[in-house]
Design a protein. Structure first.
Length: 170
């Protein structure tokens, strides 16, 4: 069962299972990001939109391949466009001030993960932020990319990067 199938299977109970954990994680991560009202955001693996509910920004593109996207759509959060798609299939010419991938990358294969991280940096504006969290138990570590901040939040380790003029590549 791939991750989209898993989240499809638990879609109706996702918020009851994970909402408090996700909110607690966000309260630890968001101060490092400091989103502004004028920011544009890309959320990779948006789930049911818990992050989207917390952000007061100009616009958010939420990419989610599972049926959790339908829950997010039903919330009708202002300034949120939902793309029911896998990130590898998502296409846009836009660049974003902040790109989030929270508790997503451990669900991808190694090659897919490398492509996803590189794509996130490509979609981020120069001077913008890329925010990645992964389950601690996954053992994934993005410290080699030079994060501005690194910490732990709930069951995750998180990394906050500032995009420089040269894209980071894995």
């Amino acid at each position: 069962m791939d991750s989209a199938d898993y989240y499809n299977a638990i879609a109706d109970s996702y918020e009851a299972l994970y909402r408090q954990e996700q909110l607690s994680k966000l309260m630890k991560i968001l101060p490092y990001v400091n989103p502004k009202q004028s920011d544009t955001v890309l959320d990779v693996g948006a789930g049911s939109g818990i992050l989207e509910e917390q952000l007061k920004v100009s616009s958010i593109v939420a990419v989610e391949p599972s049926n959790l996207a339908d829950i997010l759509i039903s919330k009708k959060i202002p300034n949120v466009a939902v793309e029911k798609s896998r990130f590898e299939d998502f296409r846009t010419d836009r660049k974003f001030d902040i790109v989030f991938a929270l508790t997503v990358l451990q669900d991808m294969g190694a090659d897919e993960r490398i492509l996803a991280v590189n794509k996130m940096f490509e979609m981020c504006k120069e001077g913008g932020k890329v925010v990645i969290s992964v389950l601690k138990k996954s053992g994934l570590d993005y410290s080699s990319l030079g994060p501005q901040a690194k910490g732990e939040a709930e069951n995750d380790v998180f990394f906050v990067f500032v995009k420089q003029s040269r894209d980071k590549k894995l």
